[in-house]
Design a protein around this ligand. Sequence first.
Ligand code: FES
Ligand SMILES: [Fe+2]
Length: 341
Amino acid sequence: MFLQNYWYAVAWDHEIKSAPFGRVVCGEPIVLYRQTSGELCAFEDCCPHRLLPLSKGFLEGDRLVCKYHGLKFNALGECVWMPGQEGIHKDSKIRTYPVAEKHRFVWVWIGDPALAKAGKIPGLQWCSDPAWVFEGSTYHINCNYQLLVDNLMDLSHEKFVHPSSIGQHEILEAPIKVTSDEGSVTVTRWMHNIDPPPFWAANLKSFEKCDRWQICNFSLPANVMIDVGVASAGSGAPQGDRSKGVTGIVVDLMTPETETSTWYHWGMARNFQTGDRGLTFRIRDGQAAVFTEDLEILEAQQKNIIDRPDRGLLNLKIDAGGVHARRIIERELNAGARARR
Ligand code: FES
Ligand SMILES: [Fe+2]
């Protein structure tokens, strides 16, 4: 049902503190906490005794205590105390998950723990590079993660869903170029000599006329990075000179919760006016408003999909990026299923 053997963003790093934090990732309930050393640990969110979620419990030093009858687990998932008996029942160890912290996020590995390598964490260098500023948040959306991928790989929807911020009619007129390889898809759109849309005009350098770009990159399991920006019209941005413009990277990490719900971690990284904290939060709040508009669309769309199991989706030319991404996901899911058989 979900892609295995990938790192999934489970939370922002500041969200995991010295208290149990529960989250379902790819249908698997997981509890995480930070030890007194600052190290993270992640377990199955289920006490082996009577199956209460351990995220309802509490910490005693580095030990996680179940809220129901007090079983205590160390950071290796081993039960170290049980009430009313000598010794420890042999079936009381809980499953642990590989967990890592990088680029401002906490990641858990879903799949075979032996395959979890830190080098496989997505390379979100802008999120942790001191020359960049990165801020964002998380939305819980009642839709399948692939609807979010479709949405982010086809920005023609901006004209209709986000008319007051980033939408403009030129998006519909500008052609897209779609390229792909083994595990990624890129959709590139350039709009030349246009008025900047309200979001860019209000928050960034304002131009009479600009060249605007949107370069959406999908990579497995469900990450979409969008290189966006505007530059003074005719100043050479399409040829690679962005010195007369501003660039942002919209970071979108989709972590499936269930077949019909997703934890959507989003943000924007930028490398200009990095000392302007007011701008950082204006951009974050602007993005929050934009993605709230998407959320309403996606949840309504998901409801109709559930209510009409006999209806398929119609693929138009604008959907080329999302269709490619779906093919890659499907191929990986099939390969995983074959390997398990
Ligand atoms: S359910 Fe956890 S100790 Fe009983
Ligand atoms: Fe959108």
